[in-house]
Ligand binder design. Structure first.
Ligand SMILES: Nc1ncnc2c1ncn2[C@@H]1O[C@H](COP(=O)(O)OP(=O)(O)O)[C@@H](O)[C@H]1O
Ligand SMILES: [Mg+2]
Length: 573
């Protein structure tokens, strides 16, 4: 039996151990090896589990076929029979203390998936092990422990797979989180979009509602307007006929007052319905604002300061000055009502060439802001303030038609309107009016100072109206004022009279009549008598731009107003 027959096994490593030249090693030839080493080696070489042995104080290395694949060419086969601390220098810090501990007889070690970086195949590889270092008892050794038996499994592959799995799980989770976040951002954006859409639809619905209301109101107001003329005429007639009857005069005065209030109301309804008869002129901003301030001052009470903030040069406006002044007055009265006790109202007038905030395209505009430091409005009131009949004032104090008519005027004039308010801080109502396109306009307001000469000689007036009541009341007022009046019920009759009975000093005609319309009659009359002054009585706003040069009297009117206009026109002729 040979000295190494005790390890007559062990495949490749068994053969290498048997072939090794042990005589020159510190542990000497196998014949001298203690039984403990022989037993341990025999166990190592007869199992396929990876086993490593460090023997003696020099830590001479043995390993089996199971262990060998964990070594690169740097270590195998040089490691066999070598000193552990020399060939395992890169990891001696990790394993050296464990070997010492076991050699001192202090027990065994155990590690699971322990990182022990080692050189193999040219790199310092991250190698994981699950392993134990256990004592190999040897009675012949000084401390009773001859070497260290390492039973081990390399788990690098499992760890790498587990790590990769963890990493991909983490990446997946991150992706998921990001996705979730993106989805929730997207959903929030969609919801916002929907809310915006709903808001726009609501605004559209609201403006359609106001538009319908405007048409309806305008139509009703227009018919009502026509009815008021004979009512006022009849009352005025009765007033003159019943002079001396005090009771009758009182009753009539009440009736006239009511009619006057009805006229204001109808006027505002027409303004809201954008059917008021506007007489736009080119007027300079200064005289416009002077009139507005003068009127506004009269409506204020002590404790309220009115300031006009206006630069020296401003464009002239193209608008109906009386209506603009009325609108400003309306806004000032609202401002006054919003101020309790002491406060300020500022009329700020500016040129504004980019009134996008009022929904207007760029162009030249005069912007009038009426600012107050009164109670202001909350959002809900701002949203409804310009609706007709919306008022927060006690019954009898507010009609709810102020802002509605101001807005109607703005739109009908080709301008804009805007409300801005903060509760407790105040309100600014802005009105945009288109600037005049004519260069170098005369700054004088026209018509205001027109002289009224008395009627010197008897003039004859041709009065045309299809409404018998209107005809009768107009005739009686003009006659009382000293005129001769000839009546016609329609255009054909008027032309016949003109040809047969003439000459007349003035034609007063209704606008809307069956048969020849007022405008057609005027054309026919102008062919015959180009010099004859004409006054057109109209209840329609939409007689607009045609025959803009024909003087008009807006229904309803007081008899005195008709007489005034007739006098002025005859005086001019
Ligand atoms: N300057 C203002 N400050 C505060 N609230 C105002 C102002 N102007 C208008 N309002 C509010 O708008 C409502 C409607 O105004 P308006 O159309 O002029 O009708 P009215 O003055 O008859 O109530 C008012 O009742 C008020 O609540
Ligand atoms: Mg008002």
């Amino acid at each position: 039996m040979g000295p190494l027959d005790f390890i007559n096994a062990g495949g490749e490593m068994g053969a290498m151990i048997r072939a090794h030249d042990w005589a020159s090693s510190p542990i000497g030839p196998p014949e001298q090896w203690p039984q403990a080493l022989k037993t341990a080696l025999r166990m190592a070489l007869t199992t396929r589990h990876p086993i490593f042995i460090f023997w003696g104080p020099e830590h001479i290395c043995f390993y089996n076929d199971g262990y060998r694949p964990s070594l690169g060419p740097e270590k195998h086969p040089a490691l066999l029979g070598a000193r552990g601390s020399e060939l395992f220098s890169e990891l001696w810090d990790i394993i050296g203390p464990q070997i010492d501990m076991v050699m001192r007889g202090e027990g065994a070690t155990w590690h699971e998936n322990h990182l022990v970086p080692s050189y193999r195949h040219g790199v310092l590889d991250e190698v994981y092990w699950t392993y134990s270092y256990g004592p190999i008892d040897d009675e012949t050794a000084p401390g009773g422990v001859g070497g260290v038996l390492v039973v081990c499994t390399e788990t690098t592959q499992q760890i790498k797979v587990a790590n990769a799995l963890r990493e991909s799980e983490r990446a997946l989770k991150q992706l998921n989180d990001e996705l979730e976040q993106r989805v929730s951002i997207e959903v929030a954006e969609r919801l916002r979009e929907q809310a915006r859409l709903a808001e726009a639809q609501e605004a559209l619905r609201q403006s359609q509602k106001i538009e319908t209301l405007g048409q309806l109101t305008g139509g009703v107001a227009h018919d009502f307007n026509n009815l008021l003329t004979p009512v006022m005429g009849a009352l005025d007639f009765a007033r003159l006929e019943l002079q001396g009857d005090e009771v009758a005069q009182e009753v009539i005065a009440v009736g006239l007052q009511a009619a006057e209030r009805a006229r204001t109301l109808v006027q505002r309804l027409l303004a809201f319905g954008r059917r008021q008869h506007l007489q736009p002129q080119d007027i300079d901003a200064e005289s416009l604002m002077d009139s507005a301030v003068e009127l506004a001052q009269r409506s204020l009470r002590p404790g309220i300061r009115l300031v006009l903030d206006m630069p020296d040069t401003l464009p002239a406006v193209h608008a109906d000055p009386d209506q603009v002044v009325l609108a400003v007055l309306n806004l000032v009265v609202n401002a006054r009502d919003a101020i309790e006790g002491v406060g300020n109202i500022t009329l700020r007038v500016r040129e504004d060439n980019d009134p996008g905030q009022a929904g207007l395209l760029p162009g030249r505009y005069l912007r009038i802001d009426v600012c107050d430091d009164g109670c202001g409005m909350d959002e809900a009131v701002v949203a409804r303030a310009a609706e007709p009949f919306f008022t927060t004032k006690p019954t009898g104090q507010g009609t709810g038609l102020g802002l509605a008519s101001v807005q109607g005027l703005a739109v009908q004039s080709g301008g804009g309107f805007k409300l801005a308010s903060t509760p407790g801080e105040g309100t600014t109502v802005s009105l945009w009016m288109p600037a005049s396109t004519k260069p170098g306009i005369d700054s004088q307001r026209q018509g205001a100072q027109r002289s009224r000469t008395q009627v010197a000689k008897c003039h004859c007036i041709l009065l045309v109206d299809d409404d018998a009541l209107v005809r009768a009341s107009g005739t009686s007022s003009l006659r009382r004022a000293g005129y001769d009046v000839v009546q016609a019920a329609d255009g054909e009759e008027a032309l016949a009279l003109l040809d047969a009975a003439g000459p007349f000093d003035l034609l007063v005609t209704d606008y809307a009549m069956p048969g020849l319309s007022g405008l057609e009659l005027i054309d026919a009359v102008r062919l015959r008598k180009p010099q004859m002054p004409i006054l057109m009585v109209t209840g329609y706003a939409d007689t607009g731009q045609e025959a803009a040069d024909v003087p008009r009297l807006q229904k309803p009117f007081l008899p005195a107003e008709l007489v005034d206009r007739v006098q002025a026109l005859i005086a001019e002729a």
